[in-house]
Ligand binder design. Structure first.
Ligand SMILES: C[S@@+](CC[C@H](N)C(=O)[O-])C[C@H]1O[C@@H](n2cnc3c(N)ncnc32)[C@H](O)[C@@H]1O
Length: 299
Protein backbone atom coordinates (compact mmCIF):
# COMPACT_ATOMS: atom_id res chain seq x y z
CA UNK A 1 0.00 0.00 0.00
CA UNK A 2 1.21 3.53 -0.84
CA UNK A 3 1.93 5.83 2.10
CA UNK A 4 0.56 9.37 2.16
CA UNK A 5 4.03 10.84 1.59
CA UNK A 6 4.66 8.64 -1.45
CA UNK A 7 1.22 9.51 -2.84
CA UNK A 8 1.82 13.26 -2.42
CA UNK A 9 5.32 12.98 -3.93
CA UNK A 10 3.91 11.16 -6.96
CA UNK A 11 1.14 13.75 -7.42
CA UNK A 12 3.68 16.61 -7.07
CA UNK A 13 5.85 15.15 -9.84
CA UNK A 14 2.75 14.43 -11.97
CA UNK A 15 1.89 18.13 -11.85
CA UNK A 16 5.50 19.12 -12.57
CA UNK A 17 5.97 16.58 -15.39
CA UNK A 18 5.04 18.82 -18.35
CA UNK A 19 7.40 21.59 -17.29
CA UNK A 20 10.12 19.08 -16.39
CA UNK A 21 9.89 17.44 -19.81
CA UNK A 22 9.75 20.70 -21.77
CA UNK A 23 12.35 22.73 -19.91
CA UNK A 24 14.45 20.96 -17.29
CA UNK A 25 15.33 17.37 -18.20
CA UNK A 26 17.74 18.38 -20.99
CA UNK A 27 19.92 19.91 -18.26
CA UNK A 28 19.73 17.13 -15.69
CA UNK A 29 20.10 14.26 -18.17
CA UNK A 30 23.70 15.28 -18.78
CA UNK A 31 24.62 13.42 -15.60
CA UNK A 32 22.75 10.30 -16.67
CA UNK A 33 24.65 10.33 -19.96
CA UNK A 34 27.90 10.16 -18.00
CA UNK A 35 26.59 7.28 -15.87
CA UNK A 36 25.56 5.33 -18.97
CA UNK A 37 28.97 5.87 -20.48
CA UNK A 38 30.73 4.70 -17.31
CA UNK A 39 28.68 1.49 -16.94
CA UNK A 40 29.09 0.42 -20.60
CA UNK A 41 25.39 -0.04 -21.21
CA UNK A 42 26.06 -0.75 -24.88
CA UNK A 43 27.27 -4.24 -23.81
CA UNK A 44 24.21 -5.02 -21.65
CA UNK A 45 21.28 -7.37 -22.32
CA UNK A 46 18.99 -5.76 -19.78
CA UNK A 47 19.04 -2.18 -18.49
CA UNK A 48 16.94 -0.55 -15.77
CA UNK A 49 16.45 3.24 -15.64
CA UNK A 50 15.05 3.72 -12.13
CA UNK A 51 13.07 6.94 -11.58
CA UNK A 52 13.34 7.54 -15.34
CA UNK A 53 11.22 10.71 -15.38
CA UNK A 54 10.14 11.53 -18.92
CA UNK A 55 12.86 9.29 -20.40
CA UNK A 56 14.94 12.00 -22.01
CA UNK A 57 17.76 9.62 -23.00
CA UNK A 58 15.60 6.67 -24.00
CA UNK A 59 15.76 7.36 -27.74
CA UNK A 60 19.53 7.63 -27.48
CA UNK A 61 19.69 4.41 -25.46
CA UNK A 62 17.49 2.58 -27.97
CA UNK A 63 19.96 3.60 -30.68
CA UNK A 64 23.07 2.57 -28.76
CA UNK A 65 22.00 -0.61 -26.94
CA UNK A 66 22.47 -4.09 -28.41
CA UNK A 67 19.57 -4.81 -30.82
CA UNK A 68 18.01 -7.48 -28.59
CA UNK A 69 18.68 -5.74 -25.28
CA UNK A 70 15.74 -4.82 -23.08
CA UNK A 71 15.29 -1.32 -21.69
CA UNK A 72 13.13 -0.98 -18.56
CA UNK A 73 12.08 2.36 -17.10
CA UNK A 74 9.86 3.20 -14.17
CA UNK A 75 8.98 6.27 -12.13
CA UNK A 76 6.80 7.07 -9.13
CA UNK A 77 4.91 9.59 -11.27
CA UNK A 78 2.59 7.98 -13.82
CA UNK A 79 2.55 11.22 -15.84
CA UNK A 80 6.33 11.11 -16.14
CA UNK A 81 6.39 7.49 -17.37
CA UNK A 82 3.54 8.15 -19.77
CA UNK A 83 5.54 11.07 -21.15
CA UNK A 84 8.47 8.69 -21.71
CA UNK A 85 6.09 6.39 -23.60
CA UNK A 86 4.55 9.25 -25.61
CA UNK A 87 8.02 10.51 -26.56
CA UNK A 88 9.00 7.03 -27.73
CA UNK A 89 5.84 6.69 -29.83
CA UNK A 90 6.35 10.15 -31.33
CA UNK A 91 9.97 9.34 -32.18
CA UNK A 92 8.74 6.34 -34.18
CA UNK A 93 6.02 8.28 -35.95
CA UNK A 94 7.55 9.84 -39.03
CA UNK A 95 4.63 12.29 -39.46
CA UNK A 96 5.24 13.81 -36.06
CA UNK A 97 8.99 13.68 -35.76
CA UNK A 98 10.56 16.69 -34.00
CA UNK A 99 9.82 18.51 -30.73
CA UNK A 100 9.68 15.28 -28.77
CA UNK A 101 9.14 17.13 -25.52
CA UNK A 102 6.09 19.06 -26.67
CA UNK A 103 3.30 16.60 -26.14
CA UNK A 104 -0.44 17.11 -25.94
CA UNK A 105 -2.13 15.82 -22.80
CA UNK A 106 -4.05 13.44 -25.04
CA UNK A 107 -0.80 11.98 -26.42
CA UNK A 108 0.37 11.46 -22.84
CA UNK A 109 -2.89 10.05 -21.46
CA UNK A 110 -3.36 7.63 -24.34
CA UNK A 111 -0.12 5.76 -23.61
CA UNK A 112 -0.67 2.11 -22.79
CA UNK A 113 2.38 0.44 -21.24
CA UNK A 114 1.33 -2.89 -22.85
CA UNK A 115 1.33 -1.37 -26.35
CA UNK A 116 2.60 -3.81 -29.02
CA UNK A 117 4.96 -1.09 -30.29
CA UNK A 118 6.83 -1.11 -26.97
CA UNK A 119 6.97 -4.92 -26.91
CA UNK A 120 8.56 -4.95 -30.37
CA UNK A 121 11.21 -2.53 -29.15
CA UNK A 122 11.90 -4.48 -25.91
CA UNK A 123 10.91 -1.27 -24.14
CA UNK A 124 9.16 -1.79 -20.80
CA UNK A 125 7.59 1.06 -18.84
CA UNK A 126 5.81 0.99 -15.49
CA UNK A 127 4.97 3.03 -12.43
CA UNK A 128 7.11 2.09 -9.42
CA UNK A 129 9.07 3.11 -6.37
CA UNK A 130 12.87 2.81 -6.18
CA UNK A 131 12.50 1.61 -2.59
CA UNK A 132 10.46 -1.44 -3.61
CA UNK A 133 11.36 -3.23 -6.84
CA UNK A 134 9.15 -6.26 -6.17
CA UNK A 135 7.87 -6.07 -9.78
CA UNK A 136 11.34 -7.29 -10.86
CA UNK A 137 12.93 -10.69 -10.23
CA UNK A 138 16.30 -11.26 -8.56
CA UNK A 139 19.32 -10.90 -10.86
CA UNK A 140 17.35 -9.57 -13.81
CA UNK A 141 19.51 -6.65 -15.01
CA UNK A 142 23.09 -6.01 -16.15
CA UNK A 143 22.71 -2.29 -15.53
CA UNK A 144 20.84 -0.16 -12.97
CA UNK A 145 21.01 3.63 -13.36
CA UNK A 146 19.15 6.17 -11.29
CA UNK A 147 19.67 9.86 -12.04
CA UNK A 148 18.78 12.49 -9.43
CA UNK A 149 16.27 10.50 -7.41
CA UNK A 150 18.11 9.21 -4.29
CA UNK A 151 18.39 12.72 -2.76
CA UNK A 152 14.60 13.00 -2.51
CA UNK A 153 13.60 9.52 -1.31
CA UNK A 154 12.90 8.27 2.22
CA UNK A 155 15.24 5.29 2.59
CA UNK A 156 18.37 5.27 0.43
CA UNK A 157 19.74 2.04 1.93
CA UNK A 158 16.52 0.21 1.11
CA UNK A 159 16.64 1.50 -2.47
CA UNK A 160 20.25 0.47 -2.97
CA UNK A 161 19.61 -3.00 -1.47
CA UNK A 162 16.80 -3.44 -3.98
CA UNK A 163 19.15 -2.36 -6.76
CA UNK A 164 21.68 -4.95 -5.57
CA UNK A 165 19.00 -7.67 -5.54
CA UNK A 166 17.79 -7.05 -9.11
CA UNK A 167 21.28 -6.80 -10.61
CA UNK A 168 23.01 -9.87 -12.03
CA UNK A 169 26.39 -10.87 -10.57
CA UNK A 170 28.90 -8.54 -12.24
CA UNK A 171 26.08 -6.05 -12.92
CA UNK A 172 26.80 -2.31 -12.86
CA UNK A 173 25.14 0.24 -10.59
CA UNK A 174 25.16 4.02 -11.18
CA UNK A 175 23.46 6.86 -9.32
CA UNK A 176 23.57 10.65 -9.25
CA UNK A 177 22.62 12.84 -6.29
CA UNK A 178 22.80 16.56 -5.53
CA UNK A 179 26.32 17.68 -4.63
CA UNK A 180 27.49 20.49 -2.33
CA UNK A 181 24.79 23.01 -1.47
CA UNK A 182 26.89 26.06 -2.39
CA UNK A 183 27.31 24.72 -5.92
CA UNK A 184 23.62 23.99 -6.47
CA UNK A 185 22.24 27.54 -6.39
CA UNK A 186 19.45 26.58 -8.78
CA UNK A 187 17.89 24.46 -6.02
CA UNK A 188 17.70 27.04 -3.25
CA UNK A 189 18.11 30.61 -4.52
CA UNK A 190 14.38 31.22 -5.14
CA UNK A 191 13.58 30.42 -1.53
CA UNK A 192 16.62 32.17 -0.06
CA UNK A 193 15.99 35.41 -1.96
CA UNK A 194 12.29 35.26 -1.04
CA UNK A 195 13.14 35.06 2.66
CA UNK A 196 15.59 37.96 2.27
CA UNK A 197 12.79 39.97 0.62
CA UNK A 198 10.45 39.29 3.56
CA UNK A 199 8.29 36.80 1.65
CA UNK A 200 7.30 33.37 3.00
CA UNK A 201 7.70 30.76 0.27
CA UNK A 202 5.67 27.60 0.77
CA UNK A 203 5.78 24.17 -0.77
CA UNK A 204 9.30 24.40 -2.16
CA UNK A 205 10.84 21.04 -2.89
CA UNK A 206 13.19 19.60 -0.27
CA UNK A 207 16.08 17.19 -0.67
CA UNK A 208 19.47 16.25 0.75
CA UNK A 209 22.78 17.75 -0.35
CA UNK A 210 25.92 15.64 -0.12
CA UNK A 211 29.23 17.18 0.87
CA UNK A 212 31.21 14.03 1.53
CA UNK A 213 31.59 11.23 -1.04
CA UNK A 214 32.37 8.76 1.78
CA UNK A 215 28.69 8.61 2.72
CA UNK A 216 27.73 7.55 -0.81
CA UNK A 217 30.55 5.02 -1.04
CA UNK A 218 29.48 3.56 2.35
CA UNK A 219 25.90 3.28 1.06
CA UNK A 220 27.14 1.19 -1.87
CA UNK A 221 29.56 -0.99 0.08
CA UNK A 222 27.01 -1.63 2.87
CA UNK A 223 24.67 -3.00 0.22
CA UNK A 224 27.41 -5.38 -1.03
CA UNK A 225 28.74 -3.49 -4.05
CA UNK A 226 32.45 -3.43 -4.84
CA UNK A 227 34.76 -1.24 -6.91
CA UNK A 228 32.84 1.93 -6.06
CA UNK A 229 34.01 5.08 -7.84
CA UNK A 230 32.57 8.44 -6.86
CA UNK A 231 33.21 11.91 -8.29
CA UNK A 232 31.82 15.43 -8.49
CA UNK A 233 30.53 16.79 -11.76
CA UNK A 234 28.99 20.13 -12.71
CA UNK A 235 26.41 20.68 -15.43
CA UNK A 236 25.61 24.35 -15.91
CA UNK A 237 21.91 25.10 -16.18
CA UNK A 238 21.01 26.83 -19.47
CA UNK A 239 19.95 29.97 -17.62
CA UNK A 240 21.86 32.97 -18.90
CA UNK A 241 19.27 35.78 -19.02
CA UNK A 242 16.31 37.04 -17.01
CA UNK A 243 14.05 35.65 -19.75
CA UNK A 244 15.59 32.20 -19.10
CA UNK A 245 15.11 32.64 -15.34
CA UNK A 246 11.43 33.51 -15.78
CA UNK A 247 10.92 30.52 -18.09
CA UNK A 248 12.89 28.06 -16.01
CA UNK A 249 11.62 29.04 -12.57
CA UNK A 250 7.95 29.68 -13.22
CA UNK A 251 5.29 29.07 -11.97
CA UNK A 252 7.49 28.91 -8.83
CA UNK A 253 8.43 32.63 -8.95
CA UNK A 254 4.82 33.72 -9.45
CA UNK A 255 3.79 31.36 -6.60
CA UNK A 256 6.25 33.09 -4.27
CA UNK A 257 5.02 36.52 -5.37
CA UNK A 258 1.31 35.67 -5.24
CA UNK A 259 0.55 37.77 -2.15
CA UNK A 260 3.40 40.26 -2.44
CA UNK A 261 3.27 44.05 -2.67
CA UNK A 262 4.58 45.79 -5.80
CA UNK A 263 7.62 46.87 -3.78
CA UNK A 264 8.40 43.27 -2.73
CA UNK A 265 7.92 42.11 -6.32
CA UNK A 266 10.39 44.75 -7.58
CA UNK A 267 12.89 43.92 -4.82
CA UNK A 268 12.60 40.19 -5.56
CA UNK A 269 13.16 40.64 -9.29
CA UNK A 270 16.15 42.91 -8.59
CA UNK A 271 17.61 40.22 -6.31
CA UNK A 272 17.14 37.57 -9.02
CA UNK A 273 18.86 39.80 -11.56
CA UNK A 274 21.71 40.54 -9.18
CA UNK A 275 22.30 36.84 -8.58
CA UNK A 276 22.44 36.16 -12.31
CA UNK A 277 24.74 39.15 -12.89
CA UNK A 278 27.08 38.05 -10.07
CA UNK A 279 27.69 34.77 -11.92
CA UNK A 280 28.09 36.60 -15.23
CA UNK A 281 30.59 39.04 -13.75
CA UNK A 282 32.74 36.09 -12.69
CA UNK A 283 32.24 34.56 -16.15
CA UNK A 284 30.57 31.56 -14.52
CA UNK A 285 27.45 29.65 -15.54
CA UNK A 286 24.52 29.00 -13.23
CA UNK A 287 25.83 25.94 -11.38
CA UNK A 288 24.29 22.57 -10.71
CA UNK A 289 26.68 20.09 -9.16
CA UNK A 290 26.17 16.41 -8.51
CA UNK A 291 27.99 13.44 -7.05
CA UNK A 292 28.06 10.47 -9.36
CA UNK A 293 28.73 6.97 -8.09
CA UNK A 294 29.24 3.76 -10.02
CA UNK A 295 29.88 0.34 -8.48
CA UNK A 296 29.68 -3.34 -9.33
CA UNK A 297 27.91 -6.38 -7.91
CA UNK A 298 30.49 -9.12 -7.21
CA UNK A 299 30.57 -12.06 -9.65
C1 LIG B 1 14.90 15.16 -10.93
S1 LIG B 1 13.78 14.01 -11.62
C2 LIG B 1 14.90 12.92 -12.50
C3 LIG B 1 14.21 12.16 -13.60
C4 LIG B 1 15.12 11.40 -14.55
N1 LIG B 1 15.91 10.40 -13.84
C5 LIG B 1 16.01 12.34 -15.32
O1 LIG B 1 17.24 12.24 -15.21
O2 LIG B 1 15.48 13.18 -16.07
C6 LIG B 1 13.32 13.04 -10.24
C7 LIG B 1 12.35 11.92 -10.59
O3 LIG B 1 12.26 11.04 -9.48
C8 LIG B 1 10.93 10.55 -9.40
N2 LIG B 1 10.76 9.98 -8.06
C9 LIG B 1 10.66 10.63 -6.89
N3 LIG B 1 10.59 9.75 -5.86
C10 LIG B 1 10.66 8.51 -6.42
C11 LIG B 1 10.62 7.18 -5.91
N4 LIG B 1 10.52 6.95 -4.61
N5 LIG B 1 10.68 6.14 -6.78
C12 LIG B 1 10.77 6.36 -8.13
N6 LIG B 1 10.81 7.60 -8.67
C13 LIG B 1 10.76 8.65 -7.83
C14 LIG B 1 10.09 11.76 -9.75
O4 LIG B 1 8.80 11.42 -10.14
C15 LIG B 1 10.92 12.38 -10.88
O5 LIG B 1 10.52 11.88 -12.14
Amino acid sequence: MQSDVVFRTAKGWDTFSDKYARRIQKNTSVFCMTLLNMVHYEDADSILDAGCGAGYLHQHMMNQKKPDAHLYGFDLSSQMVKRAGARMKKSLNKDKIGSLDILTQEEVDSVNFDDEIFKKLNYHLSVGNVEDLSQYQNEMFNIYVCNLVYQIIGDQQKAISEAFRVLKPGGKFGITVWGRRENCAALWFLKELALETGLSPVGMQGGRFVSNPEELIALATNAGFINAVCWLQMAPFDVVSMKNIEEFFNPEIEGILANSTQEQRDTYYKALEKMLNDYKRENKPFPFECYLLVAEKPQ
